[in-house]
Design a protein around this ligand. Structure first.
Ligand code: ATP
Length: 263
């Protein structure tokens, strides 16, 4: 299974509220792609469409060449793993229980974990430095600890496509860098990741390409320096900002200056 995603002319409407239309892009093996856009522009909605949780009104989503609408939930889960924005869990699951859920797409209903499953879970706990949390109840973890456990669950799923919805939102700066470095490291040559995020500096530093959703359209896509521009930030985010290329830190530095008053 390769990490190929093709999105063609996608449109989605919640009841009578259009979210976006004419959204087309692809993801190739080895790519980390950032998805940015103002609040409510449809980033989470797009990720849910890519997971087959919501049905598109128009357009096609191809996972490794197969239309998503022809795939079962389990087949989609073997292609795509998700790290949600909201990680609150009420039930009495340990962190290891949650990570083990990443193996469900590979297990029959009453089948117990195989040595391969144990190995995948152990690897995911190590890759996310969450071994020390494994016996703790997830509902007693901090938001940032829970987010790392959710990344571990997604990694245990060993899907070629990783979809992450603001995975660094609850993390301190060291863990933000850590999480995005881990995503980069696991993507390597044979997987790809799409990450919805609000931090332009982090996005530009860790993403090979970026997509910008705004006003119901994909208004820009390409290298970070082509997407995160002063003009796009003014037009679509309504802020005046200074955007600088800083070779020393290997990325763009975005300094928001002031909001632009709405008419
Ligand atoms: N279940 C729902 N029913 C109706 N409308 C919804 C539903 N979920 C989201 N919306 C609306 O769809 C639009 C897109 O929401 P979405 O959560 O995808 O945006 P987002 O870009 O992820 O936002 P944020 O940056 O705030 O997380 C918003 O206007 C939102 O109010």
């Amino acid at each position: 299974m390769a990490a190929r995603l093709d999105v063609q002319d996608l449109a989605f409407t919640y009841r009578d509220q259009p979210v976006f239309e004419h959204v087309s892009f692809d993801l190739q093996p080895g790519e980390v792609v950032g998805l940015v856009g103002p609040n409510g522009s449809g980033k989470s909605t797009l990720l849910r469409l890519l997971l087959g949780v919501l049905p598109a009104n128009r357009g096609r989503i191809l996972l490794d060449g197969a239309p998503i609408c022809h795939l079962s939930r389990k087949a989609i889960a073997r292609h795509a793993a998700f790290v949600p924005q909201d990680t609150a869990i009420d039930a009495a699951f340990t962190a290891r229980d949650i990570v083990a859920m990443g193996r469900h797409p590979y297990l029959g209903r009453f089948q117990s974990e195989t040595p391969d499953d144990h190995a995948a879970i152990a690897w995911a706990l190590t890759a996310t430095s969450t071994q020390a949390l494994s016996t703790r109840l997830v509902r007693e973890l901090s938001g940032g600890e829970r987010q790392r456990v959710m990344l571990a669950r997604a990694l245990a799923q060993q899907a070629p496509l990783l979809l992450l919805d603001e995975p660094t939102a609850n993390l301190d700066i060291a863990h933000q860098l850590d999480m995005l470095s881990q995503v980069h490291a696991v993507v390597k040559d044979d997987r790809c990741a799409l990450i919805a995020m609000h931090d332009f500096n982090l996005a530009a530093r860790f993403c090979d390409r970026m997509l910008m959703l705004a006003n119901g359209r994909l208004v820009a896509q390409g290298k970070p320096e082509a997407v995160i521009t002063e003009e796009h930030l003014a037009t679509y985010f309504h802020i005046r900002a200074k955007v600088r290329w800083e070779p020393d830190v290997g990325g763009l530095v975005v300094l928001p200056c002031q909001p632009i008053a709405h008419d």
